[in-house]
Design a protein around this ligand. Sequence first.
Ligand SMILES: Nc1nc2c(ncn2[C@@H]2O[C@H](COP(=O)(O)OP(=O)(O)O)[C@@H](O)[C@H]2O)c(=O)[nH]1
Ligand SMILES: [Mg+2]
Length: 340
Amino acid sequence: MRVGLVGFAGSGKSTLFELLTGAKPDPGKVHGGQVGIATLSDPRLEFLAGLHKPKKVTPATVELLDTPGLMPGTHGDNPQRLALIREGDALLIVLGAFAGSDPASDLAAFRDEILFADLGVVTNRAERLEASVKKPRPDREQQLKELDIVKRVLAALDAGQTIASLGLTEEEKKPMRSFGLLTDKPEVVVANVTQDQAIPESLLAMAPNALAIDAKLELELAQLDADERASFMADLGITDLGRDRIIRRAYDAVGIITFFTAGEPEVRGWNLERGGSAVDAAGKIHTDLAKGFIRAEVTAYDDLVRVGTMKEAKAQNLQRLEGKDYVVKDGDIVFFRSGL
Ligand SMILES: Nc1nc2c(ncn2[C@@H]2O[C@H](COP(=O)(O)OP(=O)(O)O)[C@@H](O)[C@H]2O)c(=O)[nH]1
Ligand SMILES: [Mg+2]
């Protein structure tokens, strides 16, 4: 799972990148996109670690890509700059909401830029297909079908609508998947505010789920030791931090859930696409585990917390044996039985 930090230059992307990943932004790397790893802090992992006392605790992670950001004004080379994030699963749009910036108009301008960039890509594809279907060829039927969809997408983009808003099926989107269309990606909107500032109403009108963070202040807090941090937070009246909320929201936007494996060597959180099966989950750990899949022993996290121990969960028949097609739920603790 990869999430691109995007927005205009100077909005606070690199500050947020450092806060979320702990990696120093490297000006030499940002041009090609700097990758960092953010961990999902999860109280469930701590509970499981308390039970199993493992040698190692490994949280689920997400890859973040810091980008140079767009230049304000008319398009310019923004479509090329945006090409960096075509492979991402979601856009984390960072809007400056400090020092007189206007995050609502920046969001409008940003959305305009991604529409424009997609329009370029899709127009190209439409032109190629138009030329191609004039000739007799074995996949002409297929191409006609694709052209039909591409034309619908073009009409939507022309009218200022995103591809996501069209509600196309996965099957319909398939031929366009390799283009990494930006207006088809889920968005997480973050207003980079100064301290106690609220998100402007004008921004909430456009992005009701926008999150606020003071990236610079939180980065400064993150660099303090725990005691100092607690006392600064008390002085400033800060009760919770934006960092975890943003990572959690990125997971939800992409549609990723967490399942756990728990034992003495390691307690670990894993990412799985929502709706994924037990055998999909096994494949996240190792291809052999999926190939040799026999059964999954599954305990729901809430059941475990209620009864207190794995042993008790087993005694109360809360440890279920599930087959390949079982749809894994967020929080499931899974032990895979494999024949390989
Ligand atoms: N006042 C204020 N300045 C910030 C904040 N966040 C970032 N900055 C400053 O804005 C400038 C640009 O930040 P940076 O993270 O490099 O932006 P980027 O171009 O989007 O990567 C830097 O000088 C930051 O110190 C903030 O929350 N408040
Ligand atoms: Mg930067």
